[in-house]
Design a protein around this ligand. Sequence first.
Ligand SMILES: [Zn+2]
Ligand SMILES: [Zn+2]
Length: 358
Amino acid sequence: MRATIFHAPGRVTVEDRPTPSAGPGEVRLRMAAASLCASDVRVYRGEKYALPGVIPGHEVSGVVDQVGAGVTGIAEGDRVVICPIVACNQCRYCLLGRRNRCVARETLGYDLDGGFADHMVVPAAIVSAGHVIAVPRALPLDLAAIVEPSACTLASLELCEVGAGTSMVIMGAGPMGLLHLILGRALGAGAIIVSEPVEERRAIARRWGADIVLDPGCEDVAGAVRDATDGLGADAVIVSVGLGEMVSPALSLVRPQGTVNLFAGFPRWAPAVPFDPNLVHYGEVILTGSQNATTDQYRRTVAMLGGVPHIDEVVTNRYGIERAPEAYESRLALAGLKSLVQFPGVDPLFPTDSAGAA
Ligand SMILES: [Zn+2]
Ligand SMILES: [Zn+2]
């Protein structure tokens, strides 16, 4: 099979690898699509660790083409996505249903082979944990590849208790910030204020339903947030850009007892940043982070995603497997939104959709 291999920061190649087989408890997928995550780009930049020689790709969709001995409830031909976390199922977090916090967690695409290849074997620990999730007919598999980032977004929104009428500030309108916009809207959020320095992205945020869109370089974000929230500040502030210096402004935009979620990851070498602890103390502000999502959040994301307006516009760059390294370069250049490696003709329900690979 053709597989994308991560060798070292800045070095990703496409090579022939033996096609793996599904062992006991495992299933093999014929990949339909795999989208590139900001964290894949952070690995490529050397900001985050991945095992040299690993096949990247944790935002994946495919069709089951081999079922290992002992697997029940999954059949050849099933259209699926996976939650890419291999968890122990025994630690305190796993027992609470928070496998994304498992103390022994490994993740496909970083520690174990992921989906930037013709085939991927899903480890028994993922299969037995119920992390292989059927995709409804309404959702084409190329879009199903973005279930993973969408589930991470849902986890972030639910952590911030975004629901009917909640006011939100989104700092950074990259693909993840924009997912917060459209999923937040779908959950019934009230005023959504987006702060983003790149005009092209501000234009998308406006088109996709943000109420107020501002350039933080030359516009008064704090004033606009106060005006839109009766002077209180926003219920929730999402920091969707990996810049530590955003923490302090984020704390000045949230209302007392509101939540600031540091959704983006920060480079390993990012310097410590100062902020006024009294904003947290007197404001009783919850300053938190979020990473990945629970299995339950994956399931609910799969169920809702096909009906979310603009979700089909989130994927802007499509590449065949041979051009996977270009997908990384497109993200480095910030060209478009999500980049997808896709495999023509694999989705049995939408074969022509997936045939549009660049
Ligand atoms: Zn991801
Ligand atoms: Zn665990």
